[in-house]
Design a binder for this molecule. Structure first.
Ligand code: PA5
Length: 463
């Protein structure tokens, strides 16, 4: 196994000063609370937090692999219709583990992947104009089976498939991932006879990447989902330790909480040093933001909590955001995702050796430059007392990805306990959904529609 690990030296007071870094005493002081949090989470493993056991679902793994094999070579494109937790993990796994040019040059017999997590008519309209739906397999993913964005896409593509292929054959182009019983999709699946997979009970959207939600499209694209789950299982074992020094989830959760609550770092930047890791940072932004961004009612008067997640990509954002990060407000905590060994080695030709500005590059390779730039950024941040840590991926593969996904999920669950909020609901998202239903005239939302209309009739400030 290739264990991924955390280096948090530059988040400590000994390196970035007491005002900005965690002291060993502050970290140790959280250990009892984290141990209680771990017990509370583990007590729910077989109850409502079933995502904790997703690494061990061997039957599901086999049925996903069987299905992927049965449709191999039949489709040019796999199209995910889903949003939020029903889309971000799919994209993150694909872009981390397949070629960045996969959609242009898919390997023989392997489909392209499109994750249509928006209802922007210019995007979907362009897709409809250009892509032949008869060459697509649509994976409709919705745990609730009622999300307006996903369901509208389902209606659009289903109708088109029926028009092009007929009632009977269109079914072969749709595979649904939804709740076993709840929601409107399940009865539609039963009625139409679509192939389907289950989002198990106790697996919320943003904790579902290791369920059929994230695994099906991965299996269809040839990702080693067995190894992904094995990596997650290995991380689960590490997260069982009651010692903070041995438990990466406890340490990361403690650092995040101290950074925001004690050091005023309200912004959590995931700085992905690896083009392949950029969408992991997007996935984590949802996990952190939607889980911890809550109204806290358990610690003093009700107040909002939660760090603001920000995504940055190295080295690209060195020429965009790093100026702000090094000299702007010291209100951020940085997690650099770093890769030990890249899959490619790209030498730089030793031309123009008489020019100092180019000579130092010649004979080196892009990996060396990439690493030097990453270290340069870390040094600049640390010298400016900006606390930062690194998550080191020895290599980017299914096993290390599985470790990372599970680690972050477990950390966020622990953070929920530290922040005193429910990390597993999303009332703020529901509020927006309800307003959209009202505006679209959904039955049962008439009163809300009237309230919104009355408010919109007030004076508007425009320029
Ligand atoms: O994390 C969550 O629960 C959300 O982001 C959901 O995944 C998102 O709202 C989509 O929900 P559903 O899968 O029910 O369509």
């Amino acid at each position: 196994m290739d264990p991924i690990h955390l280096n948090y030296t530059h988040s400590l007071s000994s390196t970035v000063g007491e005002d900005h870094g965690a002291s060993p005493e502050e970290l140790a002081g959280l250990a009892p609370e984290l141990q209680r949090a771990q017990q509370a989470i583990e007590a729910r493993r077989t109850q409502d937090l079933r995502w904790l056991d997703l690494p061990y679902q061997s039957d599901v793994l086999q049925s996903l692999l069987r299905y992927a094999e049965s449709v191999q070579g039949q489709f040019e494109n796999v199209v995910v219709l889903g949003i939020g937790g029903s889309a971000l993990g799919n994209r993150a796994l694909h872009t981390a583990l397949n070629s960045p040019l996969h959609e242009l040059y898919p390997p023989p017999g392997v489909p392209r992947l499109f994750v249509l997590d928006n209802v922007d008519p210019d995007w979907i309209g362009e897709f409809l104009d250009r892509v032949d739906v008869t060459k697509c397999l649509f994976n409709v993913i919705s745990k609730s089976g009622s999300t307006a964005e996903t369901m509208s896409q389902f209606l659009i593509f289903r109708r088109l498939l029926i028009e092009r292929l007929g009632e009977a054959r269109h079914r072969e182009h749709i595979v649904v991932t939804t709740d076993a019983k709840a929601g409107v999709l399940r009865p539609i699946v039963e009625q139409a006879g679509y192939t389907s997979f289950v989002v198990p009970d106790g697996v919320g959207g943003r904790f579902s990447v290791l369920s059929p939600v994230g695994l099906l499209s991965s299996a269809l694209l040839g990702i080693d989902i067995g190894s992904l789950l094995a990596g997650a299982a290995d991380m689960d074992q590490r997260c069982q330790s009651t010692s903070m020094e041995q438990n990466p989830a406890m340490t990361y959760a403690a650092l995040q909480w101290i950074m925001q609550e004690r050091k005023g770092k309200n912004i959590a930047v995931t700085f992905a040093y690896g083009h392949r890791l950029r969408d992991l940072a997007d996935w984590y932004a949802q996990l952190l933001g939607e889980s911890i961004g809550k109204r806290c009612t358990t610690k003093g008067p009700a107040h909002g909590v939660g760090p603001t997640p920000v995504r940055a990509v190295g080295v690209t954002d060195q020429h965009s955001q790093v100026q702000l990060y090094v000299e702007g407000p010291n209100d951020k905590w940085f997690t650099l995702l770093e890769i030990g060994t890249h899959d490619h080695k790209v030498p730089i030709p030793a031309d123009f050796q008489d020019r100092d500005a180019l000579a130092y590059l010649g004979g080196r390779d892009l990996g060396e430059l990439f690493q030097a730039e990453r270290e340069g950024t870390r040094i600049a941040l640390s010298d400016a007392n900006r606390p930062n840590c690194s998550i080191h991926f020895p290599r980017v593969n299914a096993h290390t990805l599985g470790q990372y996904l599970y680690w972050m999920e477990y950390s966020v669950a622990l953070m929920g306990e530290l922040y005193g909020i429910d990390a597993f609901d999303q009332p703020g998202v529901e509020a927006g959904k309800i307003a959209a239903y009202a505006l679209m005239g959904r039955t049962g939302f008439g009163d809300r529609a009237k309230e919104i209309e009355a408010r919109q009739q007030g004076p508007q400030s425009e320029v």
